[in-house]
Design a protein. Sequence first.
Length: 408
Amino acid sequence: MVQSELIFDPATGLSAPDTADIRKKIAEDWERSFYEPDQPPLDTEPTTPAGQLIDAEVAEIEAKNAALLFLANQFSPKVAEGRWQDALGAIYFLARKLDEPTIVTCRLTGLKGTVIPYGALVQSVQGYVLICNRSVSIGADGRAETTFRVSETGPIEIPAHSVRNIITTIPGWDTVDNNAAGAVGRTLETRAEFEARRAASVAMNSHGSAAAIHGAIANIPGVLDVRVLENNGPWPVTEFGVIVPGHGITVCVYGGEDKDIAAAIYLKKDNGCDTGGNTTIVHIAKEYYNAAYEYRILRPQPVNFWIQVILGSGSDTTAGTQQALKEALYRNFYGLDTASGNARVGLASVVYASRFYGSASSVEGIKNIQSIKIAISPHTPAEYADVIAVNGDQEPTISMDHISILTV
């Protein structure tokens, strides 16, 4: 009997027999089947007709084993992908996020008190139309800040200082500009992002914990990045560069509608828990006679992220290879490189330059990577490091121009 089936070990899981062992056993079966007394044994070498038929049988058995191993792995949330991952997500009542637009933080100038309404339109120099996400009033200093989303979805890059044209004419509104590149959207939530959100969503059915609030907000359409910082002590503390009030939380969130975020906090936050941040949002509880619940959240400012790659001798440094390398690092940054398994670089996190090595080395022609270092604006060349901390009030963004490739 050919030992071709998978082997299950409770400690390690399923495994398949080696190809050489499978072929040896099949060849022995063939030799016994064609055995004739006083005749030489059947020649089962790969160059013979019988050997070729045996190799074909081995290939079919290995294909079957590979398919079953793949199927077995898809029951694990850590490695499931595609429709298998969607099925696991459905157990938690989650669906993969579809297309998301690029979000850009813009500074507006004009006459004090001028209201820029939700839905106001501006345009980038590349021709993309952007829609105002949140209504805002121009302050006493003649300035205001709010976010705009690109009218098209997908990973559209909006460089710094490229949103300059006002389409919706509003008396008192003079200029618009973006000091940093936009947080790039996506075409479809990646495997790594979906798994991270699924893991966080396990706490959604609970109440009061930071994990429960995070899970609820992360599932809001339009939210590109969120982190809930918690302080159980009586006095304010500083975490990731932002103040978290005593017995309270600070919700750092980029993207999403204020009303949706307020509703999520209302449903998940315990009474008596304070909130910190730079933006006030309100939830109206219609079921309780329109009672108003006011919270503070932190809306981060976009900051430029930089990557510096130093290549040793032997690498292909043609323009095409350098462009491919930049694209690989860019995709890794935004969690679009499914092979790396990395989620997008986000706020209130520690970022290691080592996350980019795998994507860089996978580019054809790239050899002898001497170092990859990272930085966040403002920075000097000396401030490139192996690891950096992104504050809770910083939403890191990157453009191709912020990826430099040096050779030595």
